[in-house]
Write a protein that binds this ligand. Structure first.
Ligand SMILES: NC(=O)c1ccc[n+]([C@@H]2O[C@H](COP(=O)([O-])OP(=O)(O)OC[C@H]3O[C@@H](n4cnc5c(N)ncnc54)[C@H](OP(=O)(O)O)[C@@H]3O)[C@@H](O)[C@H]2O)c1
Length: 304
């Protein structure tokens, strides 16, 4: 492998931020828009040549699942064309690539956790663009590592956990979808897993490439996740709204979500000895962190 820094793409996105937070003393360069933009491939390639990374951690993506339906080209550029460019650059420059993908490559109809051997069948533009990115990355760079993750949240950024905590400051009753299940994943846990893989790469030991599922252990519904968030927040003195479980059909969205996108992460455990922590413990840790943020505490008059 060449010398050079580790390039972390994704600016201040959820995963990119956690990767930077957990980078320790490693030589990293963080790249985000406007300087690093998949919509500007020439500038992006110039940046890669200038930085000359030995490894790219690609946490940049078009993640607006609903908006992607009407913004197909931008989603495709960020999730398929952009990662292709990164993989091609890595292949030409003896650099490594760890790329991140999604459970939304599956349609959610299997009825059991998905393994890497299961056939993807995305049901929306976002999932389709991410699946295309996987295919093209591996075709340009077979030694790439692709981590499919799911239901991502962090103490920063826009995510379900923070949305729920904010809602708790405004209302005592919520309706949350109870018939979609998946594996909530804290970016801190995923980042720790990624840095472990980087350590393996840096050690010069054999590194298994291809697609790996990398999600929090265990699974729940959005309703179960909301309940866990509020139970932990209540322990820290926050308002605990009542949460009604509703059907997906009662919460229409522009694009359907997979009903059951649980990921079987045993390939990651076998190849790298990595198992992400149980989702409940990680949600509790994130909520505890957020409850120290006064702006998220309910005001005495906020509840209705
Ligand atoms: N969020 C989830 O629930 C979830 C679930 C499964 C998998 N994933 C995958 O996990 C990875 C990390 O997601 P995340 O939650 O950290 O996403 P995020 O918080 O939405 O951050 C994505 C980052 O990508 C950047 N980006 C978007 N379009 C870009 C473009 N055209 N060129 C360059 N950068 C661009 C965004 O920049 P701006 O800030 O300028 O928009 C943002 O900084 C992604 O691969 C995602 O597909 C996420």
């Amino acid at each position: 492998m060449t010398a050079g820094p580790i390039l972390i793409t994704g600016g201040t996105g959820q995963l990119a931020q956690s990767l930077c937070d957990l980078a320790g003393s490693r030589d990293i360069v963080r790249a985000g828009r406007p300087g690093f933009d998949f919509d500007d491939p020439d500038a992006l390639l110039a940046l890669l040549d200038r930085v000359a990374p030995r490894l790219i951690l690609n946490a940049a993506a078009y993640t607006a699942v609903d908006r992607a339906e009407t913004d197909r080209d931008a989603a495709w550029r960020a999730n398929a064309d952009g990662p292709t460019l990164l993989a091609r650059w890595c292949a030409a420059n003896q650099a490594r690539l760890i790329h991140v993908s999604t459970d939304y490559v599956f349609d959610g109809s299997k009825g059991a956790p998905y393994t890497e051997a299961d056939a993807p069948n995305p049901i929306g533009v976002y999932g389709a663009s991410k699946r295309e990115g996987e295919i093209r990355v591996l075709s340009e760079l077979p030694e790439a590592v692709i981590l499919r993750t799911s239901w991502v949240y962090a103490a920063h950024g826009k995510n379900f956990v923070r949305t729920m905590l904010n809602a708790a400051t405004k209302t005592d009753r919520l309706r949350v979808v109870g018939d979609q299940i998946g594996c909530p994943t804290a970016t801190a846990d995923l980042s720790a897993a990624i840095w472990s893989i980087v350590a393996r790469i840096d050690s010069g030991a054999a590194v298994e490439s291809g697609i790996f599922h990398a999600a929090g252990s265990g699974s729940t519904s959005w309703h179960g996740l909301a309940e866990a968030v509020f139970a932990e927040a209540a322990r820290h003195g926050s308002n605990r709204p009542s949460v009604e479980a509703i059907a997906t059909t009662d919460w229409p969205t522009p694009v359907r979500r997979p009903a059951d996108s649980r990921l079987d992460c045993s390939r990651l455990a076998a190849a790298y000895g990595i198992t992400l922590p149980d989702w409940r413990a990680s949600v509790a840790a994130t909520v505890a962190l957020l409850c120290r943020d006064d702006s998220l505490r309910p005001s005495p008059t906020a509840a209705v």
